[in-house]
Write a protein that binds this ligand. Structure first.
Ligand SMILES: [Cu+2]
Length: 381
C-alpha cells in the first residue's frame, strides 16, 4: 500500500466513525415545513371575503397534482374541504394514421424548470428549482347588478409544464374567489418529427377525488330536456349517476349533461345540500378504438376511491365491482379532449429543418359550486 492510499483509507475510516457517532448533544431536527401549502385570500390587498387553502405536489409523470383543497366562503366561516387528490391522470395522443398512440403521462416525463419570463408579470416561481408558478389574476366580471354596480373576480392559478419529448403540456389548476375550481391542460411545443402535419388528438384524462365537506358524497347526473310533444316546455331531471353505482355516463350536448357531486348532510341557509357541478366546455367527445382504449369510450366515469387505482386506461376495469357511489368516497374520471389538426401556424420547414412552435391549445372543465353560498358570492347583502 502506498502512503497516499493508506492516508486515504485513514480519512475514510475517520469519516465512517464520525457518521456513526451519537449526536445526542445536538437538538432534534425540526420536522420539515411543508412548502407545498398555499393559503390565498380574496380579494387581493383588501379585507378578506373568501379564501382557498391548497396543497399541491410535483412528481415526474403526473407533473403537478393537487393533494387537498379547502375553501372558506366568508371571513368568519371554517375551512370546508372541497377536494382531495386531483390530477391529469393521462394524456393520450393517438395519430390519425393509427400510430403512434402515445400515453404521455406513463412515460414519466419531468416538469420543466420555469423562469421569470414564463411566470409573467403576475406570477411567482415556487420551489428551489422552480417548476410551479402561482399567478393571481383578474378574471373579468363576476357580476353586474343594477342596484350595487359591478364586481370583478379573481383567480389564483397554479401551473407547471411537462417536458414530454417534442411536446410541452401546461397543467393548470385555478382557484377562484367564488369557489370555482378550473382544470385545464394546454398542448404546445414541436409537432411530432416526420408527422409535422398529421392530425391527432390530445385526450386530457383527469382523476379527481371530490371530498366535499369530507369524503362521503353522492354523484348525480342532471339532464336538461326539451319536451317536443309539449311545444316549448322544458324540464331538468336530476338522477343518481349510473343508477347510483360505479360506472359511466356520456356527455349529450343537447341535454347539457352535468355531473354533480353532493354532500347530502351539509346544508346552506335555504336548506339546500352543498354540491359541485362538473361543467365542461368541450370541442367534442373523443372516442378511440385501438386496443385497450376502452377508457375513452365514455366521457365520465365514477368509482369509489381506491388509493392504488390511479391508472386511467384501466378505469373501465375499476368500475366492474359496481359498488355504490351514493354517500361514498367517490372519484370522478373525465375526459376533455383537444383535436389538433396542424396548421401553418404550428411551424414550417426551412430547407429540411422544421421550425416553429405549436400555439398552445387548451381543454378542461370546471367544478362550480351549487348551494355552497347562501346567496351571490361577494355581494354586499
Ligand atoms: Cu398536437
Amino acid at each position: 500500500m502506498t502512503w497516499t492510499r493508506a492516508a486515504g483509507l485513514f480519512v475514510v475510516l475517520v469519516l465512517v466513525s464520525l457518521t456513526a457517532m451519537p449526536r445526542a448533544e445536538q437538538p432534534a431536527p425540526m420536522p420539515p415545513v411543508p412548502d407545498t401549502e398555499i393559503i390565498h385570500a380574496f380579494p387581493s390587498m383588501e379585507a378578506m371575503k373568501t379564501a382557498w387553502k391548497v396543497r399541491y405536489a410535483t412528481s415526474s409523470g403526473y407533473g403537478l397534482t393537487i393533494q387537498d383543497a379547502w375553501f372558506k366562503r366568508g371571513p368568519q366561516e371554517p375551512w370546508m374541504q372541497v377536494m382531495g387528490d386531483a390530477r391529469l391522470a393521462e394524456m393520450f395522443v393517438p395519430y390519425h394514421s393509427g400510430s403512434p398512440r402515445f400515453w404521455d403521462v406513463s412515460y414519466n416525463f419531468s416538469l420543466i424548470t420555469l423562469n421569470k419570463e414564463a411566470a409573467g408579470p403576475n406570477g411567482q416561481l415556487l420551489g428551489k428549482t422552480p417548476t410551479v408558478v402561482k399567478e393571481v389574476l383578474d378574471r373579468g366580471i363576476m357580476w353586474i347588478d343594477t342596484a350595487t354596480g359591478v364586481q370583478r373576480g379573481q383567480v389564483m392559478k397554479l401551473w407547471g409544464c411537462l417536458d414530454a419529448a417534442n411536446y410541452r403540456y401546461v397543467i393548470e389548476y385555478g382557484f377562484q374567489d367564488d369557489g370555482v375550481i378550473t382544470f385545464r391542460v394546454g398542448s404546445t411545443g414541436r409537432n411530432y418529427s416526420t408527422r409535422e402535419f398529421e392530425g391527432h388528438m390530445h385526450n386530457g384524462l383527469w382523476r379527481v377525488d371530490v371530498n366535499l365537506d369530507g369524503p362521503k358524497n353522492s354523484v348525480w347526473a342532471m339532464d336538461h330536456i326539451e319536451i317536443k310533444a309539449e311545444q316549448g316546455k322544458t324540464k331538468t331531471i336530476a338522477r343518481p349517476f349510473n343508477k347510483g353505482v360505479e360506472g359511466f355516463e356520456d356527455f349529450h350536448a343537447d341535454k347539457f349533461t352535468m355531473v354533480n357531486v353532493t354532500a347530502e348532510k351539509r346544508k346552506n341557509i335555504r336548506k339546500m345540500a352543498v354540491s359541485y357541478d362538473v361543467v365542461t366546455a368541450r370541442m367534442g367527445n373523443a372516442r378511440h378504438f385501438g386496443e385497450k382504449e376502452e377508457c375513452t369510450h365514455h366521457d365520465f366515469w365514477v368509482t369509489v376511491n381506491r388509493k392504488d387505482q390511479l391508472y386511467y386506461p384501466k378505469v373501465n376495469e375499476y368500475v366492474r365491482k359496481s359498488e355504490k357511489i351514493m354517500n361514498a368516497d367517490v372519484v370522478l374520471w373525465l375526459s376533455t379532449a383537444c383535436h389538433h389538426e396542424p396548421r401553418s401556424e404550428d411551424g414550417r420547414f426551412v430547407k429540411d429543418d422544421f421550425r416553429g412552435s405549436t400555439p398552445i391549445a387548451w381543454s378542461g372543465f370546471e367544478l362550480r359550486p351549487r348551494n355552497l353560498f347562501d346567496g351571490t358570492p361577494h355581494y354586499p347583502y
